[in-house]
Design a protein around this ligand. Structure first.
Ligand code: ADP
Ligand code: MG
Length: 204
């Protein structure tokens, strides 16, 4: 994975974490190709290294059946949250670049993919533009997004959709069927440390 210093996420923030420009962000992660858990962990580890990101925490990983085409492998899903001073569109562009760096190749809609990084919500922002919708329009209907969010913030209220609990009670369909990994869920800092060790050899 290569990232140059001119990339927006590599520029040092001028302000401290307490600045009003820091937003609390939730990202949904999914993968059903390759070593999915490792790919998602690498994605979180990479994001945690961005100077424009603070206090990254990760959910458990879950297994879910696919939404959309059924002739594809089951997914590993999870979520992470952090504070950032990246603007919403800059954040989306950075996540899309990271997807490419990890090896994502765009295939069919809702089809198999090595990695998918979606912005679930950006503070309380509501946005409807062709490239970015916030909160993510499908978030309230996907248990594989809501359950990981619940790990990170049980009291989270999504703009437009309401509380995670309300969304889960009104789900039209379920996809998630198992927990893939809980081993480090209550020790997010330890988990990032371990990722750091695991990825120490990787080219960044
Ligand atoms: P998929 O819908 O299968 O996740 P992509 O990851 O390629 O497919 O995303 C499709 C498009 O969705 C992207 O080009 C992006 O501009 C758009 N998009 C709109 N809102 C969001 C969001 N909240 N998070 C991520 N992508 C979004
Ligand atoms: Mg996506």
């Amino acid at each position: 994975m290569r990232m140059t210093n001119s990339h927006p996420v590599m520029q040092k923030p001028a302000d401290s974490c307490c600045d009003d420009n820091w937003a609390q962000v939730y990202i949904g992660l999914g993968s059903n190709l390759g070593d999915s858990e490792q790919v998602l962990q690498r994605a979180c580890w990479a994001i945690a290294q961005w100077p424009s990101v603070r206090n990254l925490r990760m959910s458990n990983w879950y297994r879910s059946r696919p939404q959309g085409p059924q002739d594809q492998p089951d997914y590993v899903n999870g979520a992470c949250c952090f504070t950032t001073h990246l603007a919403p569109r800059t954040l989306l562009a950075a996540l899309q670049q990271l997807e490419m760096d990890l090896g994502k190749i765009k295939q069919r809609h809702w089809g198999e993919r090595l990695v998918d990084l979606d912005v679930i919500c950006y503070g309380q922002l509501i946005l409807n533009t062709p490239e970015l919708t916030l909160p993510h329009p499908m978030a309230s209907q996907r248990d594989f997004v809501l359950v990981p969010l619940q790990d990170l913030a049980p009291d989270l209220v999504l703009p437009k959709f309401g509380s995670i609990q309300q969304c889960l009670e009104q789900l039209p369909e379920t996809f998630l069927y198992a927990v893939a990994d809980t081993s480090l869920c209550h020790q997010p800092d330890k988990r990032i440390e371990l990722l750091h060790e695991k990825n120490a050899e990787a080219v960044i």
